[in-house]
Design a protein around this ligand. Structure first.
Ligand SMILES: [Zn+2]
Length: 273
């Protein structure tokens, strides 16, 4: 065997061919790897279809607040802003739903709502309980991001305010005047469309408790009672979760409710009165 190899090696050396230095003379590989090695693509997995679907989707923000950033048209090539129903971002919606569940919300996603003049909600939510133990009435149609702002406000502002009420009081319900409505601001015949028309807004009318009378939103300036304190507290804290807070004193159309919405403005400006 070795003698047979001497001759070709000698010839190679004479011809200046570089051989592996002290390695063994190449031997036949017992395993036929060359054929597999020449295959340009890895073997297909049985669930290639599923993985192919999962792979090309770009990483999306899971921050639920991301859905509030004017998703309509923002990622498209159309550079002009359009007044249209925000497109649902399913990843963000799933995250939003998970956050709502964590707070004990009971809700259902409903069919897309659409109307004229840009009205509509691609993914409207009917909220039965906004957080654990707190009903939202009557039936609502909100974007998930709006519902989540409402849930967080209820959890971090309304509940603590309730706990400061005299006696043993528990928040059991929040009643609203409207959620989705296809209309212009302040119900005027002309002008900008209301945030209600895209599911971004809710009008809070009153709060119900176990162990206490309901507290309704009304002009209370100067009343000097616990109800005024409660109303001031929940209204002030609302600006942490919503970008628009209007109520008694803002104008005549908001004398009996708190208008809360998640409108996006340049520079993150908040309009809280
Ligand atoms: Zn309103």
């Amino acid at each position: 065997m070795r003698r047979l190899l001497v001759l070709p090696v000698l010839i190679a050396v004479l011809m200046g061919v570089e051989l592996p230095q002290d390695g063994p003379v190449p031997q036949e590989n017992p395993r036929p790897q060359t054929k597999q090695g020449s295959t340009p693509l890895p073997a297909a997995k049985p669930d290639d279809a599923a993985s192919a679907q999962a792979v090309p989707v770009p990483q999306k923000k899971t921050d639920p607040d991301a859905t509030e950033v004017e998703p309509a048209g923002a990622e498209k090539s159309n550079p002009l802003p359009t007044i249209s129903t925000p497109k649902p971002d399913e990843v963000a919606l799933a995250h939003c739903e998970a956050e709502l569940r964590k707070l004990g919300a009971v809700f259902a996603r409903e069919e897309t709502v659409s109307g004229e003049n840009g009205c509509g909600i691609e993914a409207p939510y009917k909220i039965d309980r906004i957080i654990r133990g707190v009903a939202l009435s009557p039936a609502s149609q909100l974007r998930c991001a709006t519902a989540l702002a409402l849930a967080r406000w209820t959890d971090t502002v309304v509940l603590p305010a309730t706990s400061a009420l005299p006696g043993k009081v528990a928040l059991t319900g929040i009643n609203h005047g409207s959620t989705y409505v296809c209309r212009r601001r302040n119900n005027l015949p002309t002008g900008k469309m209301s945030e209600h028309s895209i599911g971004n807004a809710i009008d809070i009318v009153d709060f119900e408790f176990e162990g206490s009378q309901p507290i309704g939103i009304s002009p209370r300036q100067g009343d000097g009672d616990i109800e005024e304190a409660f109303q001031r507290a929940v209204r002030g804290g609302a600006c942490l979760h919503f970008t628009t807070v209007l109520g008694p004193g803002s104008d005549t159309s908001h004398a009996g409710h708190l208008h809360l919405d998640i409108a996006k403005r340049r520079g993150g400006y908040r309009l809280c009165q």
